[in-house]
Design a protein around this ligand. Structure first.
Ligand code: 5AD
Length: 348
């Protein structure tokens, strides 16, 4: 197994059969080895600095009905909310004072959060915080809308493809959604000039090793600037309530594979990983992640943005908890960077 890991670090890719062996035959010792290799690559590119992004969950209203997601349209059991532009700007102010230089506006596909409204909010953030990066994560939009947001000052966009395999995509989403459309959105975002993020949930229902290999090869072709990898976690008010979640080990393995293949990519230790296990964030970083995204949403709304059960939003997952986060990172030899942390292509 180690020979494939050494080869992956050197050549940044493997043949399908080699990926298959790595994904199916990775024992605890192999996992430690690949995590260490990935960590070394991350240290070479970013030093011991971890970028922070302030996550603002702008709306939990969504027109989609993804089977895995707690804020799906078909879930009547959650209280819906939508932040005003003013409230979003307040979050940015608080975040800026804490040292954040990237704001991530994430939300469901909320028709009431109109393109105009988003454009205005992005312009206002751009005006007030010229030194900050603005990341959007608001789902699928027509290309011209992505262009408007870009012109208004957005720099980055997160849109996980969730799975590259069309049959598997259909297993995770109702018929009106299409994997093809999602991939088109990603291409549009890249073409427009966004630093683009994509990614998958690890261990989602019906996911096979073949699907994961397809995802790895897709991400290799797309060359996204950001890669988000977190475990699937069931939510009790969704059709996938009874399915098991993804594992820490498989998530850490994939994190490391992506780090070895994409040395300069921005890869977060996700909230889902931190929710799955108390030391998830640290283990993610030790497996090659270099970004964390503490929650800057207003406290009253945080609990309502429950994509999966028990989603962490307090302590080191919260913007107020930066001191806690700093401590946790120090304990493993890392520290917070308050730089903007744009994607940087310098290859080592
Ligand atoms: N478990 C883990 N991740 C989830 N997401 C949505 N629902 C879940 C869940 N139940 C992820 C999706 C989405 C991102 C914002 O959150 O991958 O792209």
């Amino acid at each position: 197994m180690k020979q494939w890991i050494d080869k992956l670090r050197k050549e940044r890719t493997l043949r399908q059969e080699e990926f298959r062996q790595l994904l199916t035959g990775c024992d605890a010792e192999t996992l430690r080895y690949i995590n260490r290799q990935a960590r070394e690559v991350s240290l070479l590119h970013f030093g011991n600095k971890i970028y922070i992004r302030g996550l603002i969950e702008v709306s939990n209203c969504c027109r989609n009905n993804c089977y895995y997601c707690g804020i799906r349209k078909g879930n009547p059991a959650i209280e819906r909310y939508r932040l005003t532009g003013e409230s979003i700007l307040d979050c940015c102010k608080q975040g800026y004072d804490l040292g954040f230089r990237t704001f991530v506006l994430q939300g469901g596909e909320d028709p009431a959060l109109t393109d105009d409204r988003i454009e205005k909010t992005v312009s206002a953030i751009r005006r007030n915080y010229p030194d900050c990066a603005i990341t959007l994560s608001l789902g699928e939009k027509p290309r011209d809308v992505y262009e408007r947001f870009f012109r208004a000052g957005a720099n980055r966009y997160l849109l996980r493809h969730e799975t590259h395999n069309e049959q598997h995509y259909q297993r995770l989403h109702p018929a009106e959604m299409s994997g093809k459309r999602r991939l088109q959105c990603l291409q549009d975002l890249k073409d427009i000039g966004y630093q683009t993020g994509t990614g998958i949930m690890v261990g989602s229902p019906g996911q096979t090793v073949e699907h994961i290999i397809e995802d790895i090869l897709f991400i290799e072709r797309l060359r996204p600037e950001m890669i988000g990898i977190g475990p699937f976690l069931p939510h009790y008010d969704t059709p996938f309530a009874e399915y098991p979640g993804g594992t820490v080990e498989q998530t850490l393995l994939l994190l490391s594979i992506f780090r070895l293949m994409h040395p300069s990519a921005l890869i977060p230790a996700t909230t889902a990983l931190a929710t799955l296990t108390p030391d998830g964030r640290e283990r993610g970083i030790l497996a090659g992640a270099n970004v964390v995204m503490p929650n800057l949403s207003p406290r009253e709304e945080r609990k309502k943005y429950e994509l999966y059960n028990d989603k962490a939003s307090l302590g080191a997952e919260s913007a107020e908890g930066l001191a806690v986060l700093q401590k946790q990172l120090n304990a493993i030899g890392y520290e917070i960077s308050t730089e903007r942390g744009d994607f940087n292509t310098i290859e080592l």
